[in-house]
Design a protein around this ligand. Sequence first.
Ligand SMILES: Nc1ncnc2c1ncn2[C@@H]1O[C@H](COP(=O)(O)OP(=O)(O)OP(=O)(O)O)[C@@H](O)[C@H]1O
Ligand SMILES: [Mg+2]
Length: 231
Amino acid sequence: MLKIEHLDFAYGEVNILQDVSLEGAPGRIVSLMGRNGVGKTTLLRNLVGLELPLSGRIILGDKELTKLGSYERAKMGIGYVPQGRQIFPKLTVEENLQIGLSGRKDGQKSIPEEIYELFPICKEMGSRMGGDLSGGQQQQLAIGRALAGDPSVMVLDEPTEGIQPNIIKMIGNILQHLAMSRNMTIILVEQYLDFVHEFTDDFYVMNRGRIVAQGLAADLSPEIVKKYLSI
Ligand SMILES: Nc1ncnc2c1ncn2[C@@H]1O[C@H](COP(=O)(O)OP(=O)(O)OP(=O)(O)O)[C@@H](O)[C@H]1O
Ligand SMILES: [Mg+2]
């Protein structure tokens, strides 16, 4: 079980997250939703150790992660797919995947075959530069790179942003497969309601740095959508 408890975070003097609590269970996919600028990415950066909270706790199983850096958290099984994908454009696809291996506990130095089975494009374009790939291909590579670290928790920031519908569906199916087959905990930021309903189990809605609604994705009501998500 992954637990974020009563997290507070500020950039300088500006409070960004206030009393945020969120849980991710093994085998379940959690959607984090909210309008632009409410603090979704900031929460994920706190979760993966790229920012440190002012107060609150982050717990994975029986271990506390709150004060650990991002490399240590990767070693403890947290995989991260950042917003905008952040592929290394001047490295090959294969080299991008190899970077993900550094998060492994077992020291394995070769890219797991399962990644190529899930994302054949990573094999087909293995020697091409990351920067040559389309947005959808880069997103697959970014997920593959996180998987190379053999995570038990995957954290994805807007994995469907700017991606065409057939690839969105493919990504949704793969995330469901990972949650089920590996009992993985998946936490993702998502703007599209259709994706939340079709592929995810639980939702949290943020507004101005606070969690203002949560529940089963199937129960996400039109009132909540209208109040906190519609533009
Ligand atoms: N490095 C930073 N320094 C100062 N303020 C920041 C920094 N990064 C983000 N912010 C501010 O923190 C707030 C939350 O930003 P964040 O990126 O977490 O929002 P978000 O919900 O992910 O938005 P989006 O939907 O646009 O991705 C915003 O007001 C933003 O301007
Ligand atoms: Mg964001």
